[in-house]
Design a protein around this ligand. Structure first.
Ligand code: C5P
Length: 231
């Protein structure tokens, strides 16, 4: 396994130059990067091709929520770029998740992950959009749908990992953003956890952004995350 093991670094930048500067500084310390909508829109898909061609794994965080035909097309495009992971919104229902899974079959390394409830949302936010469940109940409900649709795993906050692992069993991927180091600010995460609690609860991967990418020395910061995770 690469040095970073189950740690994915989120390249949340508004330019290719800024993203590549961090990738250069991390060097062999990191092999798995998340590219989200900001960087994809600002820098273009060629950045994803380049990262993949350099031997990196790329989690393309597209958070797809569209009609099944459009979701399938976007998943095929992600696969053609060389992405290893792509996200689809589980709140879009079984149809779009199944369409994403079917489209990914042509790309053996591409895994489809269902986004459950984003980590900035609380039970109050769910009530505002007419959902009476708690965040945890909603995450488990959506994860059940994702599993039936054939998704390879789910995205959820650190606080739902343990019940999710119990429900999904050992083979599903559970990818967890919302991880902060002890003593750090929550960074907009409503349901945060530490790297150690996330890994101990059964996360397959943790996604870390600003703690690493905005650090004066990203490689040292990544090592700190790794040791905070007990890795
Ligand atoms: O907070 P951090 O910079 O570590 O964020 C890394 C990733 O976690 C982001 O790219 C985003 O997708 C996700 N995130 C989230 N909820 C938040 C903040 C970030 O899911 N409140």
């Amino acid at each position: 396994m690469e040095r970073t093991g189950p740690i994915i670094v989120a390249l949340d930048f508004d330019s290719r130059r800024a993203a590549e500067a961090v990738v250069d500084r991390l060097g062999d310390e990191c092999r798995f990067y998340k590219v989200g909508l900001e960087l994809l829109t600002a820098a273009g898909p060629d950045l994803v091709r380049r990262l993949a061609a350099q031997g990196h794994e790329v989690f393309l965080d597209l958070k797809l929520f569209e009609i099944p035909n459009s979701v399938a097309g976007a998943v095929r495009a992600a696969g053609a770029l060389g992405a290893s992971m792509v996200t689809v919104h589980s709140m879009g229902g079984t149809g779009i998740m199944a369409a994403a899974v079917a489209a990914a079959r042509d790309f053996p390394r591409l895994r489809v992950l269902a986004l459950t409830v984003v980590t900035s949302m609380t039970g109050t936010d769910l009530a505002d959009i007419g959902i009476g469940n708690s965040a945890e109940e909603q995450v488990l409900r959506l994860a059940g749908l994702a599993e039936k649709a054939g998704c390879h795993g789910v995205i959820a906050s650190p606080q739902e990992i343990a019940p999710l692992r119990g429900m999904l069993g050992p083979d599903s991927l559970i990818v967890t953003p919302g991880v902060t180091l002890p003593g750090e600010s929550r960074g907009g995460h409503a349901r945060p956890g530490t790297p150690r609690t996330a890994i101990a609860a059964g996360a397959s991967y943790i996604v870390v952004g600003r703690s690493v990418t905005r650090a004066a020395d990203p490689a040292t910061a990544l090592q700190r995350v790794r040791s905070a995770a007990g890795l």
